[in-house]
Design a protein around this ligand. Structure first.
Ligand code: APR
Length: 222
């Protein structure tokens, strides 16, 4: 069976007193390693929460919190198109759009990441419009795209928790439990990064991961 290790959390330095250099601040605050035998091969996957700007991630793919037109916007969407350059928008125009809950893939343009997986999160209304299921589908479909390309590393932002106003604690639990579920199955993904913008978002995901480690009998705190 699968067993998990949640390494203990190092204290998060206070950004006000921490050295200005953001890179030092972008340390791994929590690492969860999955090790399990799968038909005789050892498959281990890592989930890392980092604080920073997703456009700087050098992973195989970064995920964009897009809208259904795929024509860009603010937040993560704006940052990725700004840093990635016009090639990404050109590819998005050819794709022509993406329904909420689904994911499409383009090249990374000028980004350090090779691919951008664009997904469209649900706008939070009141919780009765299938928001949870659609957000779960976002994460699942991004990981399916990663497996289709046989990618080994992928970085997610906190989808829907900005302009789309999805409550972050709820979103964090949906995101982390969906990713954990996918990593228990057959996948080429070895490392999933969550790139959080700001200490509050980081804290919300940390608490959620800690909580998940506590509840999931296969995950043991080390
Ligand atoms: N790196 C990582 N995370 C970021 C970055 C960045 N450079 N910029 C913003 N974020 C964080 C926000 O702080 C928030 O926690 O990403 C999360 C998602 O926020 P949004 O980007 O607003 O995305 P979302 O809530 O899914 O709304 C999508 O906003 O930008 C438009 O075109 C987009 O219409 C779509 C909507």
């Amino acid at each position: 069976g699968a067993h998990f290790k949640c390494l203990t959390r190092k204290p998060i330095p206070d950004p006000l007193t921490y050295p200005v250099n953001k890179d030092i601040y972008r340390t791994t605050v929590l690492l969860t390693t999955w090790e399990r035998t799968m038909r005789g091969t050892i498959h281990s996957a890592r989930l890392e929460l980092v604080e920073g700007d997703i456009t700087q991630q050098k992973d195989d793919a970064i995920v964009n919190a897009a809208n259904t037109t795929l024509l860009g916007g603010g937040g993560v969407d704006g940052a990725i198109h700004r840093a990635g350059g016009p090639a990404i928008l050109e590819e998005c125009k050819k794709i022509g759009g993406c329904p909420t809950g689904e994911a499409v893939i383009t090249s990374g343009g000028n980004l350090p990441a090779q691919w951008v997986i664009h997904t469209v999160g649900p706008v939070w209304r009141d919780g009765s419009k299938r928001e949870d299921a659609l957000l779960r589908n976002d994460y699942k479909n991004c990981l399916i795209q990663a497996d289709l390309q046989q990618l080994e590393s992928i970085a997610f932002p906190s989808i829907s928790t900005g302009a789309y106003r999805f409550p972050i604690e709820k979103a964090a639990h949906i995101a982390l439990s969906t990713i954990a579920g996918h990593l228990k199955g057959k996948t080429t993904v070895k490392t999933v990064y969550f790139v959080l913008f700001g200490a509050a978002a980081l804290e919300a995901y940390q608490n959620s991961l800690q909580d998940l480690c506590g509840k999931d009998t296969e995950m043991k705190q080390v």
